[in-house]
Design a protein around this ligand. Structure first.
Ligand SMILES: Nc1ncnc2c1ncn2[C@@H]1O[C@H](COP(=O)(O)OP(=O)(O)OP(=O)(O)O)[C@@H](O)[C@H]1O
Length: 323
């Protein structure tokens, strides 16, 4: 469970009216959202939506044309060094020194972060344990699977113990098992108090993992808030699913004869006891339910249908790939 906050809590990331163009090409347009500390926040959008550009601004690699971005209250413009101390950025591509061992690679970065030789061994052991890479310390990076290399990449961003992890498409190219294991490691890091900002093309991939989500499309924020609110906002107000324990043969006729039910259809792959109902938006679903009960057929469930995550994502974003 993510922690609760009062009004004075400083967001881990605060983005306000962020706007940026590359040679006249508008990559971000008035982008605003906030990420609270110790949460896992998904940043989702199709190709070219502006995810990497936003991430680059947050980690001080790109100066935006316009807008305010703060990390734990530090401005990326005026306090970039304070911001860098707080963040660990894992880019979407590997730029690993493949002929190094895992230890040499992590030691190199730990030294670059200014950790003393006496501390480094312990820190590297700790990050290898955290990423479940104990025993791989002396392996050559070039011999590791993509999933293992991804974990080394994650271990690298943990060596200076940042409060905020910014991960650009960390699950891309991983097989399902490596993906699940990576998600488990991210959950553990959140339990330890880290804030994790994770970008992806695929909303459903993050659904179970994330506390909150921002959906971006063509440089515009389409939704930002708790994962549940995304589904509730997208609940199909007039669509319900009804399940009888044993539907009568003429159930469709009986249901459509009820005042307020516009249509009743047996969904594909159903046993015949389940019905997708469309209600007149002006009708009261409680009254409709009373009428269904009045048919005298035992009911197993009657529930408003929520859109599938993939459908919610498709509805919020635009068709086609952005150039
Ligand atoms: N250096 C650049 N010069 C010109 N245009 C750029 C540059 N970087 C990004 N863009 C454009 O800005 C838009 C946003 O790109 P960005 O890489 O932020 O999207 P993204 O959501 O990360 O996409 P993807 O999922 O494909 O990585 C795209 O239209 C892209 O072509």
């Amino acid at each position: 469970m993510p922690p609760t906050y009062d009004a004075n809590t400083v967001p881990a990331i605060s983005v306000s009216e962020l706007t940026h163009a590359f040679k006249g090409h508008q990559a971000l347009n008035q982008v605003s959202f906030a990420v609270m500390p110790q949460t896992l926040h998904g940043f989702v959008g199709p190709n070219g939506a502006g995810k990497t550009t936003t991430l680059k601004v947050i980690c001080t690699l790109l100066k935006p044309n316009w807008g305010q971005v703060q990390v734990f209250g530090h401005s990326v413009r005026s306090e970039p060094i304070a911001v860098r101390e707080k963040i660990g950025f894992m880019p979407d591509h590997f730029s690993m020194y493949r002929q190094m061992t895992v230890f040499e690679y992590l030691d190199f970065f730990a030294a670059a972060y200014g950790l003393k030789m006496t501390q480094r061994d312990q820190v590297i052991n700790d990050v290898l344990t955290l990423t479940d890479m104990d025993g791989r310390r002396n392996d050559l990076i070039s011999g590791l699977s993509r999933g293992m290399q991804q974990r080394v990449s994650l271990a690298r961003v943990l060596v200076h113990d940042p409060d905020l992890l910014l991960l650009d498409e960390p699950a891309s190219g991983l097989d399902p098992r490596a993906r699940i294991e990576l998600m488990e490691i991210l959950r553990e890091l959140r339990r330890m108090g880290k804030t994790i900002f994770i970008s992806s093309h695929i909303l459903s991939e993050l659904a179970e993992l994330c506390d909150s989500v921002t959906i971006i499309d063509r440089g515009h924020v389409k939704f930002s808030g708790p994962m549940d609110a995304l589904l509730d906002a997208d609940a199909e107000v007039s669509r319900f699913t009804l399940k009888f324990s044993q539907a009568p043969e003429n159930a469709t006729e009986l249901l459509t004869a009820i005042d307020g039910i516009v249509s009743a259809e047996i969904p594909e792959y159903s046993s015949g006891n389940e019905f997708d109902l469309e209600l007149d938006p002006a009708s009261d679903s409680n009254i409709v339910l009373s009428s269904i009960i009045g048919l005298g057929v035992p009911i197993v469930s009657f529930a408003q249908r929520r859109k599938q995550l993939n459908q919610a994502f498709m509805d919020l974003t635009t068709r086609g790939v952005r150039p």
